[in-house]
Design a protein around this ligand. Structure first.
Ligand code: FES
Length: 107
């Protein structure tokens, strides 16, 4: 997983009892900057119509026909699945697969 190094600011407040004969509470505040690794937001679609504002496909399915649509965005025949999800799953540990649609036969 790609990560980004981000700096966050933390306000720390401490209360401490002193060693004086009368208990004294000392309050200190400090602001700390801490570097943390956070997951990098990444694009799902790295291949298909990258110049388009939104990728939308409309398909007409004839009665009695079946189509297998890609849901991993790795298909070379998008919007149809070409099996590239298998390599993607193997490389990433993901579990994505296609959407299989069957149109009912006309009666
Ligand atoms: S290639 Fe994308 S789901 Fe099969």
């Amino acid at each position: 997983m790609n990560t980004l190094l981000k700096t966050i600011t933390v306000l720390s407040i401490c209360a401490t009892a002193s060693a004086f004969s009368t208990p004294v509470t000392i309050r200190t505040t400090s602001i700390l900057s801490v570097a943390v690794e956070v997951p990098e937001a990444s694009k799902i679609n790295t291949l298909i119509d990258l110049d388009a504002e939104k990728v939308v496909n409309m398909e007409k399915l004839d009665a009695g026909k079946k189509a297998v649509y890609c849901r991993c965005w790795k298909s070379g025949t998008f919007p149809l699945c070409d099996g590239n999800h298998v390599a993607h799953n193997k490389a990433t540990g993901d579990n994505v697969g296609p959407l299989i649609v069957t149109a009912a036969k006309a009666e």
